[in-house]
Ligand binder design. Structure first.
Ligand code: ATP
Ligand code: MP5
Length: 275
């Protein structure tokens, strides 16, 4: 079985972060491992607290993983502080990690800030150059390129600038802002559009985490970048189409849409009767 590692923050409500990544990797047929950068106390309405791990403890988790079960791909999500980013960069180099997917998480769907300003600078100088592919959404692409992104042409220009600067592929996601389901892949001087079907579902908590983990899983299984993105888009469309509706805010998706999940008891009026 192929293996994948997520380096990210824990989401107590289970829809984004480490929890979304492990569900996605499992559903995409790879063995999932995790190195946790921070605990967050959050639900679908917002993040109420962040507790970072120490850089030493993150390094210990990563050393234990790489010296035992080597990941075939690595996905990096929320890393809120510069010293943690430096540890990740050093470990990826030390173990010559393959298929590194970086989702440059900056702000949660609920609006909460998930990275400090100085950490963005460390991200740019030490982590982005190690990535095979970056997956910014539009606001993140604006921060990384210093450009305003308002049109599809702007998405292509920003992705090209980021790709040339950090020598990697860039998947600029249109979600929630320009065109929801249409993403642009810049790779080796060429732009390729992935035009998805817009799904009318307001519950999009964790879409970015899920897409990047699905790409990492498919790279781990040996698919080329274009096929990995295509398959990841199909997976996220399935998870959104399942129309799960949990929580008071922008809720999570159904990562296990392929598995049976209905209540098997019966109903007596308003009451659930257990078998
Ligand atoms: N309503 C939708 N219908 C179909 N696909 C969607 C929809 N919303 C988002 N997507 C897809 O989900 C993926 C994640 O994109 P999105 O822009 O939502 O990421 P993000 O902003 O980083 O997510 P997050 O909510 O985790 O911050 C992309 O492939 C995008 O096209
Ligand atoms: C731990 C963690 N990582 C990432 C996100 C971003 O996901 P979203 O923007 O969908 O809230 C999050 N909310 N929490």
């Amino acid at each position: 079985m192929r293996t994948a590692l997520t380096i990210a923050g824990s989401d107590s409500s289970g829809g984004a972060g480490i929890q979304a990544d492990i569900k996605t990797m499992t559903a995409n047929g790879v063995y999932a491992m995790s190195a946790i950068t921070a605990l967050t106390a959050q639900n679908t309405t917002g993040v109420t607290g962040i507790m970072e791990v120490t850089p030493q403890f993150l390094e210990e988790q990563l050393d234990d993983i790489f010296t035992d079960i080597r990941p075939d791909a690595v996905k990096i999500g929320m890393v809120s502080a510069g010293p943690l980013i430096k540890v990740i960069a050093a470990v990826l180099k030390k173990y010559e990690a393959k298929h590194v997917v970086v989702d440059p998480v900056m702000v949660a769907t609920s609006g909460s800030r998930l990275i400090s300003d100085d950490a963005i600078e460390v991200l740019k100088t030490s982590l982005l150059p190690l990535a095979e592919v970056l997956t910014p959404n539009i606001p993140e692409a604006e921060v990384l390129s210093g450009m305003r992104v308002r049109t599809e042409e702007d998405m292509a220009s920003a992705a090209e600038y980021i790709g040339r600067t950090y020598h990697c592929a860039v998947l600029c996601k249109g979600g929630h802002q320009l065109n929801d389901a249409n993403d642009l892949l810049y790779r080796d001087g060429e732009c390729l559009w992935f035009r998805g079907r817009h799904i009318d579902n307001p519950n999009t908590h964790g879409t970015g985490c899920t897409l990047s983990s699905a790409i990492a899983s498919n790279l781990a299984k040996g698919y080329c970048m274009e096929a990995a993105v295509e398959r990841a888009k199909a997976y996220i469309s399935g998870a959104l189409s399942a129309m799960l509706d949990l929580g008071k805010g922008s809720g999570p998706m159904n990562h296990a849409f392929d598995l049976e999940s209905e209540f098997i008891g019966t109903r007596d009026g308003d009451k659930e009767v257990w078998l």
